[in-house]
Design a protein around this ligand. Structure first.
Ligand code: PRP
Ligand code: MN
Ligand code: MG
Length: 181
């Protein structure tokens, strides 16, 4: 089964902690974009849960769009070269874009995405990420809205997968080594 507690070595961020932190981040976003247009762009598939909860926490109008990307390279080593599997449906020229991510690991996906978006002439582009692994960073990403810093462990849940499983866990936990060893 995909959600056996035995599959996790430990819980890192609980459902309640995520809810509380997203509420704080939403208040900050509301203040920063007051009176301005705002387009949230979720990065499929990991960002689905953060997008759903953050968007519903925002007490204002927003637009929502999605991007699906895949990084070239082996399964364990990202190359930083990204292929677009699904592009935005909307033009972002002149718009305020907030990229919504579940996690920043090496930073390579977002680094590519930020450069790609910049070439489309948006009014602004910022990043909102629930999780960040400082010890795994290969490139620096300016994250305006960051939820939690976590250790460089194999984490799953709340959108994050291992071989497409565990995305539906309500919190984020460290995958038990017996699952992948
Ligand atoms: C994961 C995660 C981020 C990215 C972070 O997505 O959701 O998008 O990796 O890694 P990076 O900072 O090293 O680039 P993944 O490519 O596994 O696709 P998924 O969202 O469909 O699971
Ligand atoms: Mn992802
Ligand atoms: Mg993944």
């Amino acid at each position: 089964s995909s959600d056996l507690p035995g599959d996790l070595a430990k819980m890192l961020v609980s459902e309640e902690q995520i809810r509380a932190r997203l509420a704080e981040m939403a208040r900050q976003i509301e203040a920063d974009y007051e009176g301005k247009d705002l387009l949230l762009v979720g990065v499929l598939k990991g960002a689905v849960m953060v997008m759903a909860d953050l968007a519903r926490e925002l007490k204002r109008h927003i637009d929502m769009d999605w991007m699906a990307v895949s990084s070239y390279g082996t399964s364990t080593q990202s190359s930083g070269v990204v292929r677009i599997l699904k592009d935005l449906d909307t033009e972002i020229a002149g718009r305020n874009v907030l990229i919504v991510e579940d996690i920043i690991d090496s930073g390579l996906t977002l680094s590519w995405l930020l450069e790609n978006f910049a070439s489309r002439g948006p009014a602004s582009v910022e990043v909102c990420a629930l999780l960040r692994k400082p010890d795994a960073a290969k490139v620096h990403i300016d994250v305006k809205y960051a939820g939690f810093e976590i250790p460089n462990d194999f984490v799953v849940g709340y959108g994050l997968d291992y071989a497409e499983k565990y995305r539906n866990l309500r919190g984020v936990g460290v995958l038990a080594p017996h699952v992948y060893e």
